[in-house]
Design a protein around this ligand. Structure first.
Ligand SMILES: Cc1cc2nc3c(=O)[nH]c(=O)nc-3n(C[C@H](O)[C@H](O)[C@H](O)COP(=O)(O)O)c2cc1C
Ligand SMILES: CC(C)CC(=O)C(=O)O
Length: 352
């Protein structure tokens, strides 16, 4: 490490989430950086997630009273001050020595909900002890139902208020950049909830969703929906919500950007259950666009990892604060004082 890398983080220099990545990269091992930053195969979907947001233009209204902005929402019986959650990401201890404890502290300071990954490198009880904000749990189901039931009950007992069941990962994608660096967890870092190397549950089907419902006492969301037909099946299966996600382009390359997939899913779901979205959210305007096209809330993955790597808990809080402030700016400047005011009319349609 050179002296520049050892200087304490200066979060005051951070004005947006894009500034963060090089600062974080300088403090991460090559392996950790490649793990976080990379996508699958040729990374088309990674790029499309961003390009699709950038291509959407906004259609502002003026002379609207925006002196009282209200970003609150109610989701699965929980009151959220603003519609941005921390997406589940694995292995926080490779990003920062305090790992998931720092993430939980940072989330709490920003009053954000933290969705803990099944691949947490910190036991859930330790995270729960330091968390001052709401916790949800992301579940990778194994074929071992007794194990999965115990895990769900453990997460519930630790206060996790919802279960995000990841359904887009029967196998991992072709993660070439991870392969090139020979990604592996460093000695001494373990995943207490997934003691064995990931044995993906390739045999999961909709029947397992019925079983999950019979086991869980908290709302179940299916994470990784891109196809409106699957969104329909999710509604039929009686889950509480879905997360439109392409896993940040880390699994199947050349699937569309999530914001491009959202409108058809919104149309099919027709308000029957809440839709959340992740993938490429980096600006407050991205959050506004997702809400305009039918999302109730969004989740953020990579920027949280980079915030954690650069500044620990304070870095996580900073990422959330920046996005939240930018969302408020975007609302004021488009003349939308509440989330309910952010409807499709805020999207510029060139033929109108
Ligand atoms: C480093 C990293 C680790 C991830 N680990 C998980 C995981 O353990 N479980 C999961 O369901 N999704 C995982 N994801 C996907 C995120 O939950 C989320 O879908 C995605 O990161 C959102 O896109 P964004 O990173 O562009 O914001 C991971 C993503 C990243 C970048
Ligand atoms: C350990 C992995 C399965 C976590 C994950 O979902 C990811 O890296 O995208």
């Amino acid at each position: 490490m050179n002296s520049h890398q050892q200087a304490p983080p200066d979060l005051s220099t951070l004005v947006n989430l894009f500034d963060l990545e090089p600062l974080a990269a300088a403090r991460m091992t090559t392996m950790a950086y490649e793990y976080v930053a990379s996508g699958a195969a040729d990374e088309f979907t990674v790029r499309w997630n961003r390009q699709a947001f950038d291509a959407i233009r906004l259609n502002p209204r003026v002379l609207v009273d925006v002196s009282q902005l209200d970003t609150r929402l109610s989701l699965f019986g929980q009151e959220l001050p603003y519609p941005i959650l921390i997406a589940p990401t694995a292995f926080h201890k490779i990003m920062h020595p305090d790992g998931e404890l720092a993430t939980a502290r940072g989330a709490g300071a920003a009053s954000a909900t933290y969705v803990i990954s099944s691949f947490t490198t910190t036991p859930l009880d330790d995270i729960a002890r330091v968390a001052s904000g709401p916790l949800w749990f992301q579940l990778y189901m194994s074929n071992d139902r007794a194990y999965t039931r115990d895990l769900i009950q453990h997460a519930e007992a630790q206060g996790c208020r919802a279960l995000c069941v990841t359904v887009d990962t029967p196998v991992l994608g072709a993660r070439n950049r991870q392969q090139r660096v020979g990604f592996a967890l460093p000695d001494g870092i373990t995943t207490p909830l997934m003691p064995n190397a990931m044995a993906p549950s390739t045999s999961l089907t909709w029947h397992d969703v019925a079983w999950l419902k019979s086991v869980a006492n908290v709302p179940i969301l299916l994470k990784g929906i891109l196809n409106p037909d699957d969104a329909e099946l999710a509604v039929q299966a009686g889950v509480a919500g879905i997360i439109v996600s392409n896993h940040s382009g880390r699994n199947l390359d050349t699937v569309p950007a999530t914001i491009d997939a959202l409108p058809r899913i919104t149309e099919r779901v027709a308000g029957r259950i809440p839709i959340l979205l992740d993938g490429g959210i980096r600006r407050g305007t991205d959050v506004l666009k997702a809400i305009a096209l039918g999302a109730s809330a969004v989740l953020v993955g990579k920027p949280i990892c980079f915030g954690l790597a650069y500044g620990g808990a304070a870095g996580v809080t900073k990422v959330l604060d920046i996005l939240r402030d930018e969302l408020e700016l975007a609302m004021a400047l488009t003349g939308r004082a509440t989330l309910a005011d952010i409807d499709e009319s805020v999207i510029w349609r060139s033929n109108r």
